[in-house]
Design a binder for this molecule. Sequence first.
Ligand code: ZN
Length: 146
Amino acid sequence: MDLNTLYRAVIMDNYKNPKNKGLVGSDKYHFVHLNNPSCGDDMNVEILIEDGKIKEVHHDGHGCSICCSSASVMSETLKGMDVDKAKELIYEFYELVMGKAPEHEEELGEAIAYMGVKDFPARIKCATLSWKAIEKAISEVEENGR
Ligand code: ZN
């Protein structure tokens, strides 16, 4: 199996069996909604941060396979992580989909599968939508304390 086949399998698996999908909607969570009109992707995320750590990440939305699978991978990658580390990896993911080799390949985990997106510039926004949403959620929590 070549690398592209493996990456495609990761994307399809997360699309068909998304992890951390479904919102709790409790006050404890901070909620952000973003959309990507160019593709019709619509993404909701919620995050629970405690003691500088991301305790929970949930997502819900609809759109293309790149967008929906990426939300699942994002939630698995960032859950349990220190907020500062998460911000670093979010930034690395943006670089990754633009074609830059990541520094923390191990910590990015399945997110590496989106490396091939660089060859399809129109899909970069699909891949990053949930990551942008969670980045916004983190910065809003840091500003407002939830
Ligand atoms: Zn899309």
